[in-house]
Each structure stands twice: as structure tokens, then as C-alpha cells.
Design a protein around this ligand. Structure first.
Ligand SMILES: *[C@@H]1O[C@H](CO)[C@@H](O)[C@H](O)[C@H]1NC(C)=O
Ligand SMILES: *[C@@H]1O[C@H](CO)[C@@H](O)[C@H](O)[C@H]1NC(C)=O
Length: 205
């Protein structure tokens, strides 16, 4: 407990609302600014969805960036892998782009959680931590697909009932670059290795 807690934590830990489950409080324990890889992992685990940009294959915007919302999960609540998993169908417009060029970019922000609103941080403020992942979208099979299913269905229960004739499959976002916007001083780069080695939550001793 060497690092000082950020204001939201202090605020939340100070509250003793019966309505707050232990996990809704831990949602706000953002790692310190200087632990950039941990911040990235924290944001990736907190967000249930992401904006994904592909290179469009659809007229009249062929070749242009195309951003669309997707449900993601990097693991069931409290068990983060860092890998954003998705449940996709080839009937979907962005997935059709990925069939031609699997490169994409995922953006996730604590503006998607209660945190930035409660703190009064504008989504574009660097105080409202957000990450931009670059990489590509790859189908997963076998044991990794089993983990993807557990990760996604635990956080997006209605997926279980999505129409089977859409031929859904599990995919992962294969990360090649992680950019973090958290606090002042410009964008910070985290390598995939640093990202995967980091732990989003404080270790308890
Ligand atoms: C997963 O299975 C699909 C369909 O059989 C195949 O196209 C794809 O290459 C496989 N992916 C991996 C990572 O094995
Ligand atoms: C997946 O990402 C790693 C870097 O983390 C990269 O070395 C590898 O080439 C990527 N794989 C594919 C199939 O894009």
C-alpha cells in the first residue's frame, strides 16, 4: 500500500453503502499514474465494450477508417487476462472488413464506467484514463475459445441467446501496441510484454 489512493478510491472506500458489493468498490482502485502498464490492464478489464476501428471494405467509404462498438471481455470479473475477447459473426459489417484485412484498433475508456462522471473528468481529458490498442483480430479455437466463452458470457449474459444461425465464433484482439492516455505529459507507450506482465489489481500480502 505504498502508492497513495486516488480521490475516487478514497471517496468510495469512505462510503459504506450496503448497495456496493465488494467488487463495485474495487472497480475504482486505479493503479498509480506511473504504473502505466497496470493502468492499461485496469482499463482493459473494466470496460465491457470497445470501439473497434477497421479499414472499411464497404462503399462509399472503402479504405477509410471505420469505427464500431463491440462487446469485449478480457476475463470474468476479477480475473483479467489482458486479451480482449469478442463474439463475432461474419454477417457483421466490421467483421467483413476483418475478413479482408484483420488489422484493427480498439479504444477503451474509463468514460465507459462511473469513474470519470463521478470525478467530473471529461472523456477527452487525460485524467479520464483511456487506452488505444493496435493489432489484429484472430479467431480462437479449443481451450482458448473455452476461456473466451467464459469471459464473454459471464459479462454479457444475453450472448447465450444470440441466434445460432449467425454462426458466431470467438476471437481475440492480438495486441501489437498499447497506448495509454492517463494524466498529463502526453501519450505513453507500453509494449505487449509489459502489458501482459502487469497486474491490474493490487496484490494482497
Ligand atoms: C480456428 O478454426 C478456424 C475454423 O476451423 C480456422 O479457420 C482457424 O484458422 C483456426 N484458428 C486457430 C488459431 O487455430
Ligand atoms: C500477434 O501479436 C504479436 C505481438 O504481440 C505479434 O508478434 C504477432 O505477429 C501477432 N500475430 C498475428 C497473427 O498478427
Amino acid at each position: 500500500m505504498s502508492a497513495p489512493l486516488r480521490p475516487a478510491c478514497v471517496l468510495l472506500l469512505g462510503l459504506s453503502l450496503a448497495a456496493l458489493s465488494p467488487c463495485s468498490a474495487c472497480r475504482f482502485r486505479i493503479p498509480p499514474h506511473d504504473q502505466v502498464a497496470r493502468v492499461a490492464r485496469f482499463v482493459a478489464h473494466q470496460c465491457d465494450w470497445a470501439s473497434m476501428a477497421t479499414i472499411s471494405t464497404h462503399k462509399p467509404v472503402v479504405g477509410q477508417p471505420f469505427s464500431n462498438a463491440f462487446s469485449v471481455s478480457d476475463g470474468p470479473p476479477g480475473s483479467s487476462s489482458g486479451v480482449p475477447y469478442m463474439y463475432l459473426t461474419r454477417m457483421e459489417i466490421s467483421v467483413q472488413d476483418l475478413e479482408v484485412d484483420r488489422r484493427a484498433s480498439l479504444s477503451m475508456s474509463l468514460a465507459q464506467t462511473e469513474y470519470c462522471r463521478q470525478q467530473g473528468f471529461d472523456p477527452q481529458s487525460p485524467l479520464c484514463a483511456h487506452i488505444i490498442l493496435s493489432g489484429s483480430v484472430l479467431q480462437v479455437n479449443g481451450t482458448e475459445a473455452e476461456f473466451a466463452k467464459k469471459s464473454l458470457f459471464s459479462r454479457h449474459p444475453e450472448m447465450i441467446d444470440w441466434p445460432t444461425d449467425h454462426n458466431w465464433f470467438f476471437a481475440k484482439f492480438n495486441i501489437t501496441q498499447v497506448l495509454v492516455l492517463d494524466y498529463f505529459g502526453g501519450v505513453k507507450t507500453v509494449t505487449p510484454e509489459e502489458y501482459f506482465q502487469a497486474t491490474p489489481y493490487r496484490k494482497h500480502h
